[in-house]
Ligand binder design. Sequence first.
Ligand SMILES: Cc1cc2nc3c(=O)[nH]c(=O)nc-3n(C[C@H](O)[C@H](O)[C@H](O)COP(=O)(O)OP(=O)(O)OC[C@H]3O[C@@H](n4cnc5c(N)ncnc54)[C@H](O)[C@@H]3O)c2cc1C
Length: 366
Amino acid sequence: MRVVIAGGSMAGLFAAALLRKAGHDVHVYERSHAGLEGRGAGLVAQQEVFDLLHEIGRDEVAQLGVVAKERITLASDGTIAAAGGPPQMQISWDHLYVATRMQIPDEAYHLGRGAIGAGQDAAGAWLELDHGERIRADLVIGADGIGSAVRRSMMPDAPGPRYTGYVAWRALVPERLLPVSAADVLSDRFAFFHLPGGQALGYTVTGANGELTPGQRRYNAVWYRTTPDLAATLTDRDGRVHPYSLPPGAVRADAVQEVIASARAVLPRPFATVFAAESQPFVQAIFDMEIARMVEGRLALIGDAAFVARPHTAMGVAKAAGDAMALARAVDLGWTPEARRAFEAVRLRTGHAIVDYGRRLGASLG
Ligand SMILES: Cc1cc2nc3c(=O)[nH]c(=O)nc-3n(C[C@H](O)[C@H](O)[C@H](O)COP(=O)(O)OP(=O)(O)OC[C@H]3O[C@@H](n4cnc5c(N)ncnc54)[C@H](O)[C@@H]3O)c2cc1C
């Protein structure tokens, strides 16, 4: 089968790797020009990710990560108020990305090619690219994330993502830049701090190239903040308003200063020092999104193009892996109406359940 995929991050790569392994002719069209290497941090892998890595013969990727030996809750004076819980490993997002990206030959992974729509007729389906090109295929998969162009073509009247009222600020700093006093409290632990209308958390992740040696790793801190004026927060250095997030380097200097000053004012000192050490924090608005259909004939949606769950679930990558495996099974069965219905029934149920779980976890924030 000839398969065309919009979006070359986790969901798109997972589907591409599985479908190529099954012998299909697969091409991925990714909007980003530079590729995604070095842009991720860590993720808690769940069973679906282990299963997917096993299916593509890359089990070892799940062994590379940083283990948080315990969970701690900080008091506002920066001391440890509570500690405990089982150890938890964060695997490297970049390592997972590179491992799955390596399953796709360069000539089948097209960078800088954004989709603007998709469609189908009696002869097959197509993906429409921003250069005006139309790529025909037997199956078009929308793995193009929260703003999915494929989803908009499939269901133009669907309500789309709903802003929850809060954003996540992220600082990802080399471990060696942390003052000893902060590193002593935070390193190798999963740390939390709760405050009215917000929550901060952090954990140690691998270095940008998968380094595991203490001193060469990075510390990832996330601060969820209630933010009524989303447009102002997502206005970049050039005055452009982004719909969902601002990448590192795009946040205005005054906003960086505000985050650092507010962190100093309200977060425990160890977290405030992480934000002070980050010259290029980035911000992602938190959305809920659910859809009623994932399939329409020769068009299908997977990953965040279909359902967006709040990051507290830590299930975004597992959901993408589960979608990709279920879709690959349906393709294996010939993408018949029964196979499509079975894929959709299972993954719609899972998608709704994960979004609902995220809503409950984030209820105190927005
Ligand atoms: C750079 C990056 C770093 C991340 N780091 C982490 C992390 O450290 N920990 C974690 O838990 N999660 C991380 N995530 C999120 C996590 O990977 C996703 O929530 C989850 O895996 C769902 O993935 P997805 O592929 O469905 O959607 P997304 O990750 O949103 O990927 C969608 C992809 O589609 C591309 N795209 C968007 N629009 C178009 C278009 N019109 N045409 C073609 N391509 C398009 C985007 O550039 C992107 O590559 C990261 C995501 C990205 C993109």
